[in-house]
Design a protein. Structure first.
Length: 349
């Protein structure tokens, strides 16, 4: 009988190389601040995000803790457990588990996202206990929002605050409760259904525009693999297990190597010139290019950033930050980024 919980293998996704790369870079380096995936329906956006479970690394957490606290956060474990009315293990016991992908439904209420008070317990016993929300589950993981452009404004505000501070604060019934909420925000959207608020758009470190495959053989391969998955998901997973493990190993190696990656001053000038050429506001874009270029070098098993890393990083980090003219699409900005890269390469520092 078919396994209803089977997840399509990440390595089995045909094409969409930029999409897959952007997701991998965020796994290697969560400080990249996530990725926005824009594209029409049926272009593997949601499939790719949910397939990350196949290649995510393991992290060390406190056993039974709903927040996924790290060993460095063990000092707050007792206070958080008491607020939740949970038994405290002293000293805490650590275990390893995979990074989680937590999905935030587009219709989620604010209480579902930030957490709530257990009113039934409060009425019965007078004790005020906190019920953690999705941001608690997403700490040190990936928070995935499908149709992110359709989120209610008040939920967007909550995400902006938590993404900026790395902390979620719940204030209900005279009780104020805070917990760590550092997560990688991954959003998918169909631009035909409306654009994002600029404040949220800027919070995504990287942006990828995806479309349907135009090569006939590739489209046939999509059909064949999907048919195999529908009839035998375990078989398809086994078929791509080797490739999935290779990707997972490359991610783990890059996570260990990234701290050793160096970049010279001439390359920093190239990064700054990108943003000046394109009229990008602020410095967030420059910083994201720097981080992405280093992450690309580590993923390719190098300890020095090359010009190609900067160009590729800029194509992921800048299109949604370029000032747009009326009727201009974010996808149009990619060509502007490439032209700016050619100019930057030609002028030197």
């Amino acid at each position: 009988m078919k396994n209803k919980t089977a997840v399509y293998p990440f390595a089995a996704i045909v094409g969409q190389d930029k999409l897959k790369l952007a997701l991998i870079l965020n796994i290697i380096n969560p400080t990249l601040s996530g990725v926005l995936i824009r594209g029409e329906k049926g272009t593997a956006k949601s499939t790719a995000v949910r397939a990350l479970a196949d290649i995510l690394p393991e992290i060390e957490v406190i056993r039974g803790d709903p927040f996924g606290l790290s060993p460095d956060e063990a000092e707050i474990y007792e206070d958080l457990s008491i607020a939740l009315g949970r038994p405290v293990t002293s000293p805490p016991v650590f275990e390893r588990r995979k990074v989680r992908v937590v999905e935030l439904p587009v219709g989620a209420t604010e209480d579902r996202v930030v957490g709530s008070m257990d009113l039934e317990r409060a009425l019965k016993t007078g004790e005020k206990r906190v019920e953690p929300g999705l941001l608690a589950q997403a700490h040190r993981g990936i928070l995935y929002v499908d149709e992110v452009n359709l989120l209610d404004d008040h939920v967007v505000d909550v995400l902006l605050d938590s993404a900026a501070m790395g902390v979620n604060t719940l204030e209900r019934e005279g009780v104020s409760f805070s917990h760590p909420a550092s997560f990688t925000l991954v959003g998918t959207m169909n631009p035909e259904e409306g654009e994002l608020r600029p404040q949220l758009l800027d919070r995504f470190g990287l942006c990828v525009n995806v479309g349907g495959l135009t090569d006939l053989d590739s489209r046939v391969e999509v059909l064949e693999r999907r048919a195999r998955f529908d009839s035998d998901p375990e078989g398809l997973a086994l078929e791509f297990a080797g490739r999935s493990q290779q990707i997972a190993d490359s991610i783990q190696r890059a996570r260990q190597l990234i701290g050793q990656v160096e970049i010279d001053r001439d390359s920093l000038y190239k990064i700054a010139r990108f943003s000046l050429e394109l009229g990008v506001d602020g410095h967030r874009g420059d910083i994201i290019i720097l981080k992405a270029a280093k992450t690309l070098a580590a993923y390719r098993n190098r300890t020095k950033v090359e010009a190609s890393d900067i160009q590729e990083a800029a194509e992921l980090a800048l299109p949604h930050r370029v000032r747009r003219q009326p009727l201009m699409e974010i996808s149009d900005n990619l060509q502007s980024v490439r032209r700016a890269g050619a100019r930057a390469e030609g002028t030197g520092a």
